[in-house]
Design a binder for this molecule. Structure first.
Ligand code: BTN
Length: 254
């Protein structure tokens, strides 16, 4: 047991040795009327999913592969806020567990020393305009060694242990993440997104920088000027036109 000090997050916790994807299990539980705050964790994923249909490498015992089921009563257009809330919670947890200085790269990458440590995948099920469930997937490289990463991501990915130079306790980190996230989620439900937007911006690497956003319809380059109240990224191009980016891959253009 984790000795959680939470009321909602992790009260129902499903723990596996190996699964295809914790997202898949959590969405099945969602359809079986599982409660808000249900958490699915696995030591290994054989078909971990990343954003944009990519694979998420999830080797045994090295990371935190976790999905959280939420049932917020918010319109679908506000769902991207949940990714940003999660990013803030993850950053706070890393700060508490280590001496590292994590930063957020919009929308969902947690970076340490310029390398990706954690990814967040938010998937939702909705009927008409009402959200039935949101599954928040967190993939955190904790004690992953350099040799564990596939060749093609070795230059851009890292783990907490590589950056901190020591092994990090995963159980305590899971507990801290769930506690931070619950606090932020309850703050969000009572006070709205604004307080969290301010926290998010204080951790963001990309604000004010030249970037290239690769979207499904093409590339947009320009300077990031912030995020909207809904969590949409704003980019100003060289002609002064402001673009709203809902989903993209961001490359820093230095
Ligand atoms: C990304 O950066 O592309 C998001 C990665 C999200 C990975 C996590 S690991 C737990 C959960 N289960 C999955 O299959 N994916 C998410």
């Amino acid at each position: 047991t984790l000795g959680l000090k939470t009321e909602i997050f992790g009260r129902n916790l499903y723990y596996y040795d190996s699964v295809e994807s914790t997202q898949k299990i959590a969405s099945k539980l969602a359809n079986e009327a599982a409660e808000e705050g249900t958490v699915v964790i696995s030591e290994e994923q054989t078909a971990g999913r990343g954003r944009m249909d990519r694979k998420w490498h999830s080797p045994k015992h090295t990371g935190i592969w976790m999905s959280i089921l939420l049932r917020p009563k918010i319109p679908i257009s506000k769902a991207p806020q949940l990714t940003l809330i999660t990013a803030v919670g993850v950053v706070q947890a890393i700060e508490e567990a280590t001496e590292l200085l994590p930063q957020i790269k919009w929308p969902n990458d947690i970076m340490v020393n310029g390398k990706k440590i954690t990814g967040i995948l938010t998937e939702l099920q909705a009927e008409a305009d009402s959200i039935h469930s949101v599954i928040i997937g967190i993939g955190m490289n904790v004690n992953t060694l350099e040799a564990d990463f596939p060749e093609e991501i070795r230059r851009t990915a890292s783990s907490l242990s590589i950056e901190a130079g020591r092994t990090i306790g995963r159980e305590e980190l899971i507990r801290t993440i769930l506690e931070k996230l619950e606090k932020l989620y309850l703050l969000y439900l009572t006070k709205g997104f604004l307080p969290i937007k301010l926290m998010w911006e204080s951790y963001a690497i990309s604000i004010g920088k030249q970037i290239i956003a690769r979207t499904i319809t093409g590339e947009i380059s320009g300077k990031t000027i912030g995020i909207t109240e809904d969590g949409v990224l704003l980019i100003e191009d060289s002609a002064g036109v402001i673009h709203h980016i809902y989903s993209a891959d961001i490359k820093m253009n230095e």
